[in-house]
Design a protein around this ligand. Structure first.
Ligand code: PEP
Length: 251
């Protein structure tokens, strides 16, 4: 049985004070959410303060990115996965389409960041998804297949316990245009088949695949009814504690 995950990606929003205030507002609203794992991903500067204030709660804290390098060193502006862990995080997001698009995170970099996250003891949320142009060309599946092959190369069966995939069609991120539950289900089932081919049927059955792209309180229930959708990665609608809590408490 796959436990759903509802994760909020706060992107580059909120000061430390605002992040702590949102996290504290969220805490009682999701305190009874035993049906899923709840994760929030504030900006780097707020991670430690938020993680400290959520200690002992059912909300886990994630970074939105980490360095590809595993050891500390002369890498100006980077934050190592081990430092993310040291700040109190349990998760890290890698390969978000905004990182791929604006900061040129290639599949090779995503793979190195995935390895760095795993080596630091983090659970890694690996994002994949096609652009509108790629979907219109009929290559949505091959894009996801290639991103999974490149970003998750060299992983062992035991590594997969700490991998979560987020299928995020780029055309649905921040656009208000959500994939229909059927479109998302089709891609999630495909992603699971890729894990069956690359690893095993049991790995495919166990891997959690989240949907991301304009998830809101009014569309989460329809998405969660699909057999291969194991939760959501939520951007805009996670910024307010109330709307994110509504998504978490979708049942
Ligand atoms: C995201 O940032 O991962 C995302 C899915 O954003 P939004 O929910 O705003 O589309």
């Amino acid at each position: 049985m796959r436990k759903p995950v509802i994760a909020g990606n706060w992107k580059m929003y909120k000061t430390v004070g605002e992040s702590v205030a949102t996290a504290l507002a969220l805490k009682p609203l999701v305190a009874n959410a035993n049906h899923c794992e709840v994760v929030i991903a504030p900006v780097f500067t707020a991670l430690k303060s938020v993680a400290d204030r959520l200690d002992g709660s059912n909300i886990r804290v994630s970074a939105q990115n980490c360095a590809a390098e595993q050891k500390e060193g002369a890498f100006t502006g980077e934050v190592a996965a081990s430092m993310v862990r040291d700040a109190g995080c349990s998760h890290v997001i890698v390969g978000h389409s905004e990182r791929r698009q604006y900061y040129f995170d290639t599949d090779e970099i995503v793979s190195r960041k995935t390895q760095a996250g795993l080596a630091a003891g983090l659970t890694v949320i690996v994002c994949v998804g096609e652009t509108l142009e790629q979907r219109d060309q009929g290559s949505a599946e091959s894009v996801a297949r290639n991103q999974l092959a490149g970003g998750l190369s060299g992983l062992t069966a035991s590594d997969l316990d700490r991998i979560i995939v987020a299928y995020e069609p780029v055309w649905a991120i921040g656009t208000g245009r959500t994939a229909t539950p059927e479109q998302a289900q089709e891609m999630h089932a495909f992603i699971r088949r890729v894990f069956a081919e690359r690893h095993s049927a049991s790995a495919a059955n166990a891997i959690r695949v989240l949907y991301g792209g304009s998830v809101k309180p009014d569309n989460i229930a329809g998405l969660m009814k699909q057999p291969d959708i194991d939760g959501a990665l939520v951007g805009g609608a996670s910024l307010k504690a109330e709307s994110f809590a509504e998504i978490v408490n979708y049942k």
